[in-house]
Design a protein. Structure first.
Lengths: 112, 109
């Protein structure tokens, strides 16, 4: 059984388009996260939700909007995609903040 | 700026040797420390977590934490070619994990 899943695995799109990435966890965790890993492999947190409430928003352009319909889901919508948005986006979850985080398989976004 | 620093490597060791990976962090208030392993094209997976000063052993892996020196390390004994990956140090700070840039480990057969 997949603990943290993301869809799609690959996303190729044109500049200016709007796209969404979905994340689901079946671990019963209260906290979910979105990370961006750039071409230099640096993993940086973007957002964190605890019990559907936003607790971290790390200087991310407001073209990025996370949405948590329930504790098990955290989706990421990106408007007006730019070339610099190309990266691998990872979803993660943990029982609570400061606990071990478990990562999804990642979504490789390529903006042309 | 709160940071986690690692040597990017690559760290090259022969098969069977001990690999030593190091990490320093700047936030003295951090309480939780993690080592993740990431194979190329894959997601990070947890290797070890450590919360108190001293050593913590799990199989071939030993994590060491020294909060006074703001230093955490990972030792891999009897290194295997399958250990070749990027090792990410992560430190909790204000409800988030701050990751280092990772150390690439190469284990030569």
């Amino acid at each position: 059984d997949t603990a943290v899943s993301q869809t799609p695995k690959y996303l190729v799109t044109q500049m200016g388009n709007d796209k969404s990435i979905k994340c689901e966890q079946n671990l019963g965790h209260d906290t979910m996260y979105w990370y961006k890993q750039d071409s230099k492999k640096f993993l940086k947190i973007m957002f964190s939700y605890n019990n559907k409430e936003l607790i971290i928003n790390e200087t991310v352009p407001n073209r990025f909007s996370p949405k948590s319909p329930d504790k098990a889901h955290l989706n990421l919508h990106i408007n007006s995609l730019e070339l610099g948005d190309s990266a691998v986006y990872f979803c993660a979850s943990s029982l609570d903040a400061d606990d071990t985080q478990y990562f999804g398989p990642g979504t490789r976004l390529t903006v042309l | 700026q709160k940071e986690v620093e690692q040597n990017s490597g690559p760290l090259s060791v022969p098969e069977g040797a001990i690999a030593s990976l190091n990490c320093t962090y700047s936030d003295r208030g951090s309480q939780s420390f993690f080592w993740y392993r990431q194979y190329s094209g894959k997601s990070p997976e947890l290797i070890m977590s450590i919360y108190s000063n001293g050593d913590k052993e799990d199989g071939r892996f030993t994590a060491q934490l020294n909060k006074a020196s703001q230093y955490v390390s990972l030792l891999i004994r009897d290194s295997q070619p399958s250990d070749s990956a990027t090792y990410l140090c992560a430190v909790s700070s204000s409800y988030k994990l701050i990751f280092g840039s990772g150390t690439r480990l190469l284990v030569r057969p």
